[in-house]
Design a protein around this ligand. Sequence first.
Ligand code: PLP
Length: 372
Amino acid sequence: MQQERGRAGALLTIDLRALRNNFRFLQGLLGPAECGAAVKADAYGLGAIPVSQALVAEGCRHLFVAQLEEAISLRAHIAPEIAIYVMHGSPVGYEAEFLEYACTPVLNSLDQIRAWRALAVTKRQALPAIIQIDTGMARMGLSRAEMKAWFADASLTEGIDLRYVMSHLACAEDQLDPMNQQQLQAFQIFLTHLRLQYPSLKASFANSSGIFLGGDFHFDLARPGAALYGVAPVAGQESPMESVVQLQGRIIQTRDIAMGTTVGYSKTWKATQPSRIATVAVGYADGWLRSLSNCGVAHIAGIEVPMVGNVSMDTITLNVSHVPPALLVPGALVDLICPDNTVDQVAKQAGTIGYEILTSLGPRYQRHYVDV
Ligand SMILES: *Cc1c(COP(=O)(O)O)cnc(C)c1O
């Protein structure tokens, strides 16, 4: 929906230059290993098509989505030589659509492998795939027992053009968690076995945080998502990533309230002195999470203001008593995600992670892509 900018209740600005800088930074850390990109869930809410196109222009050749449907809608906008991998693999019975739309499945079970091999036999051609193995997350990929079955029967992957073997880290943002080394070791042992059968087999292991665990975790291809979009990759450390998202909400009206007045649903905030309240056109229907009630902040011309009262569906209320009135006119913009209040800070206030703040960004925002 094309919206008139001045009419929109809130503006979401996505900085594609910062995105491209983040990609180049991660590619630099990876050295000879390639930097792919996770663009699932509409590129974490930022827009899969513009984000993917900007990354491809920067040299990215490997895009990862979760579902076939996502891959199909992206394919038409992305050059055919750029790989689009579907991490959930094929929905049962839809293998042929991967050929039609030139998408590559990540095969997560013996059944998915068998179905892909069957299609390769029918088509009399080797078909590309990634195989995912579970090294500890217990979410997707071949289990230890399935790996044994594969080692015992090499014909399982006959006719499959095995592009990469991949696995996924469960705790990579915590660099001290021993699970990182345990998963790395398990992955290396599987790879050593598999290379007896596939001597030049390539591997993909690291997500954003995994890249920062060091060269042992890089292998041939990394799959960062969050860090590209400005989320801090290492817990407890200052983020080296540029912020990509800026969110501004518009003031609808302000009011002066007496001491003792309560604000909003369920009267969860009460003024302890005469106060001025500004109402802003962003609410939980826009992904401004209700858990930010009475603990989020906003900035008006650099002045921090607390969110008071519960987040409503379409609005939030700010205590703006200490802000010059000239900055509070209806239509004025307040900063909700900005350098003073990053995605990670908002996430902390809401009791969640930056990933959820980004993927919740709502459809009502007027979106604006800048690339300068
Ligand atoms: C989402 C996802 C990624 C990207 O993870 P980030 O932490 O956002 O970098 C990589 N690999 C798999 C399997 C994923 O599901």
